[in-house]
Design a protein around this ligand. Structure first.
Ligand code: MGD
Ligand code: MGD
Ligand code: SF4
Ligand code: MO
Length: 743
């Protein structure tokens, strides 16, 4: 690939504007208020390092400010994560500051919940109201009846507030709606998980297997850059996806799998590696247990067995297994990230982990490196109070392998009052109406609350249900907790304000502290301001805030990151070894009468067939948007204002539809979507349709995003819960295509 096409593919470079099509947006076609200032020809220029928050990858960035006005943001070359290049979303992040629809002042609900009528109030009133409600909840139900669902580093100080107040019920959608099953599958196998950022050594892989992981649309910066490097180094890429993704277009082998059958493919690959002795025998002898049991278990799962399930021919399954075997240990079977697909996701992820173990890739160059973190102590707070009641999300350890809080478990406690009621909920930087499946359940849960406090930057759907809306400064206008990253080069990064908040928005640390003071928790907020907090933390590690403000980043010495370099080969499993046959699952099965789904080696269950005339609904990412949070950003919405429905071209012909036609989708529970534009394409199988997540907004305040495209979340009324850890699988929904006039 030449340099130009590589940059086009990436959309990532120091000057991504042109590549990402952002340049016209930056020249200011919108109203004066919505547009960043045009390129300066004079005036005082200032560059300020910080890190990005358009997604949670946290790339180091340098913002340029002209005469106090934000102009542009670029990658910080000193940052090992982004190496001087932001993704298109990061570059367009400045739009969040200029969004004229952003929340400006605190709001208190005027009427009935969900009616979207508000009184603008002072911060004192809004915080006073929230604190009084929290006090009343603590008195009547106990502090554990308050919960916080947050996403991202910005939630740190609110989590601290909630712990000081006395609740253990703190969750994020990144567990049960995202990577939880993957982490459980890997922990059961290696005693550790792939982490975030993932410890994947993509750049050095000689064979890279992407199972759904749609790098290039999934824009996690480091991974996409390394993916491009791997391709340049002639890495053999194998992509498994029912949809011909951007990544598939770079692959030597593309396997258009029948949705929901990946576990059959994985078992067949394991079978071939074992029967043809393509595994890393020395590595397994040294580090693994359970090989004999696994070998006996997978014996029936031949490629011939997998073919009718997956639609992938036995010859291709064998050929790809051999490619993997030849490139070992530099064969990386990517662990994926958004793993909540079909409800057996922890076990599918375990099969991915087992495959990597057989190839000897964990701890090895071109596989999974061993990450490191700089040693920086936390702030010396007093101990938190210990409530009598444990967490509410997972009663009687129903999901025995969940190692984190299940957000949907909190929702269910609000809905049912069991095991005890959740009566107060604060959300921070999460739009639960979009993030959790089954919108009706979420709204019903909201209705049971005495308090719904939403800390937001935009008038989101979830904000629409709030009693009190606390408007936050964007990441370009605030300090946050330090990012002490666990990565191949350990580093500490600072987020600091680049410009002032335009109206009355306040940063999360200030909101947390002010609420703490009103709740009588002053001893947990001994720092008068965030700079004092940061300085105190940094001093303990021998660093200075002043220096970090200038560089944005401190990179530590690189430790050994591969076993062969001396990185520790430690496995935090019951046996202290890689467990090809899980002793924890064996124990659970023995003690509980062998319940389905808990087998010590993964068991394949065929997906249910499509109801006649319907398509399985799949969703994913687009390079220029993050979840449901960027559709209102003037720069990013300019690049991609709405999503489209990927529909197999043959199916489209059969239905008399063409690219550009508008249709609605009706799901199995009779929920009808907003109109969406058809994209008839050979790039998807005929049994499924695909759309980018996060569109079809219905919150009136999001004027730019309102009713643009359709919402996958609204159609995901059905979800299947992973029995191991409570993850909510989304790809369980089927849609029929209807003309728009039917609404
Ligand atoms: N249907 C469906 N559901 C999904 C997914 C999917 O693909 N399809 N993906 C799942 C995955 S992988 C994840 S990780 C989750 C993500 O779930 P969420 O993190 O909840 O993602 P968003 O829907 O983007 O909601 C983020 C909200 O934060 C607000 N926000 C943005 N910046 C700030 C800020 O600086 N401060 C504050 N206070 N608020 C801010 C935005 O306005 C937005 O309303 O969703 C999960 N749910
Ligand atoms: N631009 C951008 N990048 C992002 C994000 C974003 O919002 N925007 N979000 C980030 C986050 S938090 C996450 S979790 C990741 C999510 O991104 P990934 O973990 O890469 O992907 P998924 O959402 O799991 O999967 C989507 C892909 O899986 C395919 N797929 C669907 N069903 C099946 C199946 O049965 N089998 C197989 N093999 N494939 C299937 C879809 O066609 C699609 O290509 O992206 C991250 N990167
Ligand atoms: S991957 Fe893109 S959006 Fe995410 S932090 Fe990095 S630059 Fe920002
Ligand atoms: Mo995610």
């Amino acid at each position: 690939m030449n340099a130009l096409s590589r940059r086009r593919f990436l959309g990532i470079s120091a000057a991504t504007l042109a590549a990402a099509g952002l340049a016209p947006a930056l020249t200011g076609r919108r109203t004066a208020q919505a547009s960043p200032p045009p390129a300066p020809d004079a005036g005082k220029l200032e560059t300020i390092p910080t890190f990005c928050d358009v997604c949670f990858w946290k790339c180091g960035a340098i913002a340029t400010v002209r005469d106090g006005q934000l102009w542009k943001i670029e990658g910080n070359p000193a940052d090992p994560l982004c190496r001087g290049r932001l993704c298109p979303r990061g570059t367009g992040g400045v739009g969040a500051h200029f969004d004229e629809d952003r929340l400006q002042r605190p709001l208190l609900r005027a009427n009935v919940r969900g009616e979207d009528t508000w009184n603008v109030v002072s911060w004192d009133e809004a915080l006073g109201y929230t604190a009084e409600k929290m006090k009343a909840i603590a008195q009547k139900y106990g502090p554990e009846s308050m919960a916080l669902i947050s996403h991202g580093l910005g939630g740190t100080f609110l989590k601290h507030l909630m712990k000081a107040y006395g609740t253990p019920n703190l969750a994020a959608p990144s567990f049960a709606q995202c990577r939880g099953p993957r982490d459980v599958g890997f922990r059961l196998t290696f005693g550790d998980d792939p982490g975030s950022p993932e410890r994947t050594d993509i750049a050095n892989a000689r064979c890279l297997v992407l199972i759904g992981s749609h790098l290039g649309e999934n824009m996690h910066n480091t991974q996409v850059q390394e993916f491009a490097e791997a391709i340049e180094n002639d890495c053999h890429v194998i992509v498994v996806d029912p949809r011909f993704s951007t990544a598939a277009s770079k692959a030597k082998h593309y396997l258009p799998i029948r949705p929901g059958t990946d576990l059959a493919l994985l078992l067949a690959w394991i079978n071939v590696l074992i029967t043809e002795k393509l595994y890393d025998a020395e590595y397994l002898a040294q580090h693994a247990v359970g090989f004999e049991q696994l070998a006996a278990y997978v014996a029936p799962f031949t490629p011939e067995w997998a073919y009718p399930e997956t639609g992938i021919s036995a010859a291709v399954i064998r050929e790809t297994a051999r490619v993997m075997g030849r490139a070992k240990p530099a064969t990386l079977v990517h662990p994926g990230r958004h793993a909540v697909w079909y409800g057996d996701d922890a076990q599918r992820s375990r099969a991915v982990a087992i495959l990597n173990a057989l190839l000897g890739s964990w701890g090895r160059k071109g596989g999974f490196y061993v990450p490191a973190q700089m040693d920086l102590p936390g702030y010396p707070y007093p101990p938190y109070p210990h409530g009598e009641r444990g967490k509410v999300d997972n009663p009687d350890k129903k999901y025995p392998f969940a190692h984190d809080t299940i957000s949907t478990g909190i929702r269910s406690a609000a809905l049912t009052g069991k095991p005890y009621p959740i009566k107060g909920l604060m959300t921070y930087a999460t739009n639960l109406i979009y993030a959790l499946p089954n919108e009706a359940e979420t709204i019903e849960a909201f209705k049971q609350l005495d308090l719904l406090a939403v800390v937001e930057v935009a008038p989101s759907e979830t904000a629409g249900w709030a009693d009190v809306v606390l408007p936050e400064s964007t990441y370009l206008e605030r300090y946050d907790e330090l990012n002490v990253e666990l990565f191949r080069d350990p580093f500490i990064a600072l987020r600091q304000p680049v410009v002032a908040s335009p109206q009355e928005q306040k940063p999360n640390w200030w909101i947390a502290r002010e609420l703490g003071l009103r709740l009588g928790l002053e001893k947990f907020f001994p720092w008068p301001d965030i700079e004092t907090y940061l300085q105190t933390r940094l001093e303990k590690g021998g660093y200075s805030l002043e220096a970090l403000k200038k560089s944005g980043i401190i990179v530590g010495p690189k430790p050994p990151i591969y076993f062969e370099e001396g990185a520790p080969a430690e496995f935090n499993t019951p046996s202290g070894k890689i467990e090809l046959w899980s002793s924890a699952l064996q124990k659970y099965s023995d003690e509980h009468g062998n319940p389905a789904g808990f087998e010590p080696a993964p068991r394949y269950t065929p997906p249910e067939p499509n109801p006649p005339g319907s398509y399985r609904l799949l969703c994913g990412r687009a390079p220029t948007h993050t979840f449901s949070r960027t559709q209102s950003n003037p720069l990013l919405s300019d690049v991609m204002p709405e999503n489209a429905l990927w529909l197999n071209a043959g199916e489209a012909r059969r239905l008399g539809l063409n690219t550009g036609d508008r249709v609605c989708l009706r799901n199995q529970d009779d929920v009808l979507s907003e109109p969406i534009t058809v994209r008839a394409t050979e790039r998807i199988r005929p049994d499924c349709v695909f759309m980018v997540h996060g569109f079809g907004h219905q919150a009136k305040g999001l004027r730019r995003a309102l009713r643009k495209g359709a919402s996958d979340s609204r159609l995901q009324t059905r979800y299947k819960t992973d029995p191991l850890m409570g993850g909510t699988a989304l790809n369980m929904n089927f849609v029929r295509i209807e003309p728009v006039s039917s609404i």
